[in-house]
Design a protein around this ligand. Structure first.
Ligand code: GDP
Ligand code: IMO
Ligand code: MG
Length: 449
């Protein structure tokens, strides 16, 4: 069967972009199927760094098609900026990129609404969104009555629909804005002209991607699905309400792309060797101390999209075991292992204590997660620099032990280890197939809190 997916198992930024770029070599089509310009995926190759947001990370290779499906919320200015950046740096995009006419379009009113409502969640801590209008655009998609899809921009009724939505949005935004804040300016004529221009610019790329992908998988062509964000940010299964507005765990692949799960035979769960989170919400293993600072500095943990410092902490096996199961993960890629070098000892969270009880199952309610006190297992660190290591045998024993322990705790084999941002800084391991190597881990888990 032809489908492979790459799914982040934490809170995003697990280095999915690096992995997708590597795996593209063995695929004909790379697909982004959820999220939007909130994603920031980095690829480093031959000393050059590429930051991609909406365009699949496969675009750097020739002879590959890149598809953005209807599950994505598409900001046309953002994708045009990426196309220009890539072509300006010598990467051909024309003829390689297909955008779904079903993709919902992000308009300036979505960005304005994101800025107003990002403040707090039912009176609590701010979500800390990326401010890219993601939640409001998905809200309109689900609400239907004020939604505009990419295909609508080419219809004769576009002007009329645009005016209708604009009028309603002006009223809604006026009612929602803070009394002491400035009025929200929406210059209808300018926005209409701008979006008509974007539509013209993108015309050759736009079409029905669902049939394209179904034709491809039915013909046995290898397709790579690039998840955005991480499974703990999944709207249904993540740390709600501190999540994004799409299904960013493995469950989103079929709904976002239109390709049924039966066509996917390889799910790679991507984890950092530690935890990071950007924005609000609980991060049980967070280290607001020199260890956290070590991780932030060595891992250059600053947001790709917003440049915000990322919150850093120890690897959380309770959370990642949950998302590995949720996403149907067959095998694991452990990224940024080099960042842990130089720490005397390392910790992995293997359970939580919540209200005095030991809990091994990731809690479903945010209040329980907030109360979770990590129970750690301690492993030896290693002083060596790993960035030059290319084979597993050259890893210090403590580093190998650490990676294997992650695999054991998640019940999946670790098949890929990353020791630096560059394509070349990657170790591929020969391990037994996932089904032989991993009995399902859930039997040992306790009842939910
Ligand atoms: P994504 O959103 O999952 O694609 O991840 P990001 O690109 O937002 O963040 C991952 C960051 O880690 C990027 O700056 C990568 O260049 C960098 N990176 C990827 N793999 C490694 C690695 O093994 N070691 C180090 N030190 N950095 C890495
Ligand atoms: P990639 O694909 C890390 C986080 C935001 C915020 C929450 C909601 O690069 O891994 P949103 O703008 O989506 O409404 O913000 O989700 N977030 C990400 N964090 N990596 C991402 O993408 C993210 N996309 C959104 O910081 O906490
Ligand atoms: Mg990122």
């Amino acid at each position: 069967m032809p489908g492979t997916c790459v799914i982040g198992l934490q809170w995003g930024d697990e280095a999915k972009g690096k992995l997708v770029d590597i795996l593209t070599e063995h695929h004909e089509i790379v697909v982004r199927y959820q999220g939007g310009a909130n994603a920031g995926h980095t690829v480093v190759s031959g000393g050059e760094t590429w930051k991609l947001s909406l365009i699949p990370s496969g675009i750097l290779r020739n002879d590959v098609s890149c598809v953005v499906t209807g599950g994505v919320v598409l900001d046309p200015a953002s994708i045009i900026g990426e196309i220009d950046m890539l072509e300006g740096r010598g990467i051909r995009v024309a003829g390689k990129l297909r955008l779904s006419d079903r993709a919902h379009v992000v308009f300036p009113w979505h960005v304005a609404e994101d800025a107003i409502l990002n403040g707090s969640v039912t009176g609590g801590e701010a979500i800390g969104t990326t401010g890219r209008g993601i939640g409001p655009c998905y809200r309109d998609k689900v609400g239907r009555s004020l939604a505009l899809r990419l295909g609508d921009l080419y219809r004769p009724e576009f002007r009329q629909q645009f005016e209708h939505v604009l009028k309603k949005k002006r009223h809604l935004l006026e009612a929602a804005r803070p009394a002491d804040g400035p009025p929200i300016e929406l210059d209808g004529e300018a926005i209409f002209k701008q979006y008509s221009g974007y539509a013209e610019r993108l015309r050759d790329c736009v079409g029905d991607t669902t049939h394209l992908l179904l034709d491809a998988v039915e013909a046995g062509r290898p397709v790579l699905f690039e998840g955005a964000q991480g499974a703990l940010l999944d709207i249904d299964h993540g740390t709600f309400p501190y999540v994004t507005s799409s299904n960013s765990s493995g469950v989103g692949v079929a709904s976002g792309s239109g390709v049924p799960g039966r066509w996917i035979d390889r799910v790679i769960g991507v984890v950092k060797a530690y935890s990071t989170r950007v924005g609000g919400g609980p991060l049980p293993t967070e280290q607001e101390n020199p260890t956290g600072e070590h991780l932030r500095q060595r891992g250059r943990e600053y947001g790709t999209v917003t440049q915000r410092p990322r919150r850093c902490g120890w690897f959380d096996a309770v959370a990642a075991r949950y998302t590995a199961r949720l996403s149907g993960v067959d095998e694991l890629a452990v990224m940024l292992l080099d960042v842990l070098g130089g720490l005397d000892e390392l910790r992995i969270c293997t359970a939580y204590e919540i209200d005095g009880r030991r809990v091994e199952q990731f809690p479903s309610h945010i209040d329980d997660l907030r109360k979770a006190v990590p129970i750690y297992e301690t492993l030896p660190g290693w002083p060596e620099e790993l960035t030059e290591v290319r084979q597993e045998v050259d890893l210090p024993p403590a580093a190998r032990r650490y990676v294997d322990r992650i695999g054991e705790l998640l019940g999946r084999p670790v098949t890929i280890i990353s020791v630096g941002p560059d394509r070349d800084q990657t170790i591929f391991r020969n391990t037994a197939p996932a089904t032989e190597a991993c009995p399902p881990p859930h039997q040992q888990e306790q009842a939910p809190v």
